[in-house]
Write a protein that binds this ligand. Structure first.
Ligand code: CA
Length: 247
C-alpha cells in the first residue's frame, strides 16, 4: 500500500467567485496560505455549476460577474434551499449592492478592493457561526458522524479520521444504500487543482474499514462502494439477540 502525504487536519472547502485574474490570484494565495481548499471560478455560470454540484463550506462571491450576475447565482442557490454561508464582495461605494446581496441571502459582505486581513477575519467569523448551527448527526449502526463538529465515534468512542477519510465516510453515510462510484468519491476528496492518485479511494476505504470494521463499507465489484441500509452491526446485534440460526 503506497503511503500518502499527511493532510491539513480539517481544511474547509471554499468556492471563490472572482472574474478579475489579479485579484483572484492574490485572494487564492491568501486563502490557500490559511489552509483552505479553494476552487476558483471566474464567471457566474461556472459559479452556479460548481455550487450546485459540489459541497462548499463557504462561498466568497463577487457580484459583478460575466455571464450570470452574482446576485442571480446567490438567488439560485437559496432557491435550492442551499444554506452554504456566503460572503458577498461589493465596491466600497455600492451600498445598494450590499443591501441587495444581504436581501438575496448573503450572510455578510466584504468591501473591494479587498483588505486581505479583514477578508480572512470575516471568513473565520462566518465559518465559526456556521459551525454553531444545528446540523444533523448521522448514525449508522455503532458509527456516528457529526458534520458540524467533525467528530466521529464508534460505540461512543471517538475515532480519529483524516479529512479525506472523513469525506469518503460522510459521502457514504449520508446516503445509505446508495452505491457511489470511485469517481463520485474522488470528487469529494479533492479540489480541482489537486492531483488524484489512482488508488486514493481504495486507500481511504481500506483505512476506514480498519477503524470502523471490515464490513462497514461494502465494495460492489465494478460499481463502487456502499454502506448498507441495514448495517452489519445492526444485523449482528439483531441476530445475537433473537432466535439465532435459520437452518
Ligand atoms: Ca467583478
Amino acid at each position: 500500500m503506497p503511503s500518502l502525504p499527511d493532510f491539513h487536519p480539517d481544511p474547509m472547502r471554499l468556492l471563490l467567485v472572482e472574474d478579475d485574474v489579479m485579484i483572484g490570484e492574490s485572494v487564492l494565495d491568501a486563502l490557500r496560505g490559511d489552509g483552505y481548499a479553494v476552487d476558483w471560478v471566474r464567471d457566474g455560470q461556472m459559479a452556479d455549476t460548481a455550487w450546485s454540484t459540489e459541497h462548499y463550506d463557504l462561498v466568497l462571491l463577487d457580484l459583478g460577474l460575466p455571464k450570470l450576475d452574482g446576485l442571480q447565482v446567490l438567488r439560485r442557490a437559496r432557491a435550492r434551499l442551499d444554506r452554504t454561508p456566503v460572503l458577498v464582495a461589493t465596491a466600497r461605494d455600492a451600498v445598494q449592492d450590499r443591501i441587495r446581496g444581504l436581501d438575496a441571502g448573503a450572510d455578510d459582505y466584504v468591501l473591494k478592493p479587498y483588505d486581505l486581513d479583514e477578508l480572512q477575519a470575516r471568513l473565520r467569523a462566518l465559518l465559526r457561526r456556521a459551525a454553531g448551527r444545528a446540523e444533523p448527526v448521522f448514525e449508522h449502526g455503532a458509527v456516528r458522524l457529526n458534520p458540524a463538529t467533525h467528530e466521529a465515534s464508534l460505540d461512543d468512542q471517538p475515532v480519529q479520521l483524516s479529512q479525506r477519510e472523513w469525506a469518503v465516510l460522510e459521502a457514504l453515510i449520508t446516503r445509505p444504500g446508495v452505491i457511489l462510484s470511485r469517481t463520485q468519491l474522488e470528487e469529494k476528496l479533492y479540489s480541482w487543482k489537486d492531483e488524484i492518485s489512482s488508488n486514493a479511494v481504495e486507500v481511504y476505504v481500506h483505512s476506514l474499514r480498519k477503524k470502523l470494521g471490515a464490513e462497514f463499507i461494502r465494495n460492489i465489484r465494478g460499481m463502487g462502494y456502499v454502506i448498507s441500509r441495514e448495517s452489519q452491526a445492526e444485523q449482528a446485534r439483531g441476530e445475537s439477540g433473537n432466535d439465532g440460526h435459520h437452518t
